[in-house]
Design a protein around this ligand. Structure first.
Ligand code: MV4
Length: 489
């Protein structure tokens, strides 16, 4: 494989290209009009504009992307995450065009993309599952009988859902029928597929996922877990590896269960198996058939470059290590830095990155895709960067993350950095005593996030910027009251 097209944008496109460079593989970027000046476009050996800014006219246009790949004579297409990464139809078209899709087979993607098909696939593999049904609900009355057997509260899920979309908690028998009707109609309008099923509702779980690699020769290994319980409305906020709750035995058990999930669908490539963890027990939830946003924390504690492994697997190589060669070393944390305002219900706050300075230091890694002076496009996910740290232990990782957050200098847009600093230093996080409700439970005073001293430092930076660029006109005067200054920008 000598040339790879990256069917993605931003930080992940850049991250994939860096590994290509390291491996002596040429990279081809595709980009939309909004991304013409983006670092990933500059970094690529070749770059082709595939259309206007909306993803539906650029990053999601399958035929156009394949046409560019053929024109530029690429050997493989890496889909990154999001966009077409879990689209079985795209994987199939790529393969049909004689190009290697760097990911699993379309069949694996189809099975794991349908939560019920996934349950059916793993049925004979002795994987712990949440009590529930493994078929679509056809008859609401008999489903109610099943729900009573399972015991309330129960959770209604859409077969085509995932990532939290299309779920409904039912607390009692009385609500069951009406909630079921709502769930079905929601599933029809959201996914074009009204199939729903029910499970026992686990009230306060932790979300722990296992990273897998599977080659084309039947070898499957796991690269331990990532703890992703700290999330907000199904958007992950902090990810870490390893989890502070898993014993060595449980880690091995979960790892083996995850490998069996991969075997159940003849999985090839990098993938992630999600589990719910509750009180020493774990349950299979779903499998994500892509490289995940939070993959760096696994790389930090294992020393494995997951993109390099994906490419080698796609080339048909055997994994160069076995399970016993893999060891956890140290601890890693990742926070996602979003251009969102935590003081205003996390509304996206896109605009110009007037000042953008990354933190540096021992064990600090920043995966980003923007530079100072650039506008954050309104068309895509407003993630600015992933801030990743490594420490010898969890305590050092938390200390390094805190320092790195404080050293990060972003002016021009509101960010979630202050929110991340708050979360990472919260007593519940530091002690390891948290679950998926962490944010709802502990994030109640958003106005306390940013110390006013830091805000004044920011105000000073903006003032000098405006002065230096001679744009210090009447309308840009900074009012003395800091809070209204923030609102006026
Ligand atoms: C659950 C659950 C409780 N009980 N299933 C949310 C995302 C999707 N992957 C599955 N999810 C859940 N499934 C049962 N039977 C709670 C969640 C859940 C959740 C899971 C992981 C991380 C964050 C979450 C937030 C809310 C609900």
């Amino acid at each position: 494989m000598n040339k790879i097209l990256i069917a993605n944008r931003g930080e992940i496109a850049l991250r994939i290209m860096r590994t290509c460079e390291k491996m002596g593989i040429k990279s081809v970027a595709i980009y939309s009009e909004a991304d013409a000046k983006a670092p990933f476009v500059k970094y690529a050996d070749e770059a082709v504009c595939v259309g206007p800014s909306p993803s539906s006219q650029s990053y999601l246009v399958q035929e156009k992307i394949i046409e560019v790949a053929l024109e530029r004579d690429v050997d493989g297409i890496h889909p990154g995450y999001g966009f077409l990464s879990e689209n079985a139809e795209f994987a199939q078209k790529v393969t049909k065009a004689g190009i290697v899709f760097i990911g699993p087979s379309p069949e694996s993607m189809r099975v794991m993309g349908d939560k019920l098909a996934a349950k059916t696939a793993v049925k004979d593999y002795d994987i712990p599952m949440v009590p529930g049904v493994d078929h679509a609900i056809e008859n609401v009355e008999s489903a109610l009988e099943t729900a009573k057997e399972i015991g309330f509260p129960i959770l209604i899920k859409a077969a085509a859902g995932g990532g939290g979309k299309g779920m409904r908690v039912v607390n009692s028998e009385e609500e069951f029928v009406s909630q079921m009707e709502r769930a079905v109609s929601e599933a029809v309008s959201a996914f074009g597929n009204g199939a729903v099923f029910i499970e026992k509702y686990i009230g306060s779980p932790r979300h722990i996922e296992i990273q897998l690699l599977a080659d084309q020769h039947g070898n499957v290994v796991h690269l331990f877990e990532r703890e992703c319980s700290v999330q907000r409305r199904h958007q992950k906020v902090i990810e870490e590896a390893p989890s502070s709750v898993l014993s060595e035995d449980l880690r091995n058990e979960m790892g083996e269960a995850a490998c069996k999930v991969a075997q159940s669908c003849n999985y090839i490539g990098a993938g992630t198996v999600e589990f719910l963890y509750d009180n020493g027990l774990f349950y299979f939830l779903e499998m994500n058939t892509r490289l995940q946003v939070e993959h760096p924390v696994t790389e930090m504690i294992t020393g494995v470059d997951l993109v390099q492994e994906q490419i080698n697997i796609a080339r048909g190589q055997k994994l160069s290590f076995s399970q016993k060669d893999l060891k956890i070393k140290g601890h890693s944390l990742e926070v996602r830095v979003y251009a969102e305002n935590p003081e205003n219900d996390f509304l996206p706050d896109v605009g110009n990155l007037l000042v953008y300075k990354r933190p540096v230091g021992d064990g600090v890694r920043v995966d980003d895709g923007l530079e100072q002076g650039m506008d954050i496009p309104i068309f895509y996910d407003p993630m600015i960067a992933k801030l990743i740290v490594y420490g010898e232990d969890r305590q050092q990782a938390i200390a390094r993350m805190t320092k790195a957050i404080q050293d990060y200098d972003i002016v021009g847009v509101e960010t979630t950095l202050g929110f991340c600093e708050f979360a990472i230093n919260h007593e519940a996080f530091v002690s390891g005593d948290f679950d998926t409700h962490f944010v709802d439970l502990h994030f109640k005073n958003p106005e306390k996030l940013l110390s006013s001293s830091k805000a004044y430092v920011e105000a000073g930076v903006v003032a000098s910027y405006l002065f230096a660029t001679k744009s210090f006109s009447e309308k840009n005067y900074l009012p003395s009251d800091y809070s209204s200054w923030r609102q006026k920008r």
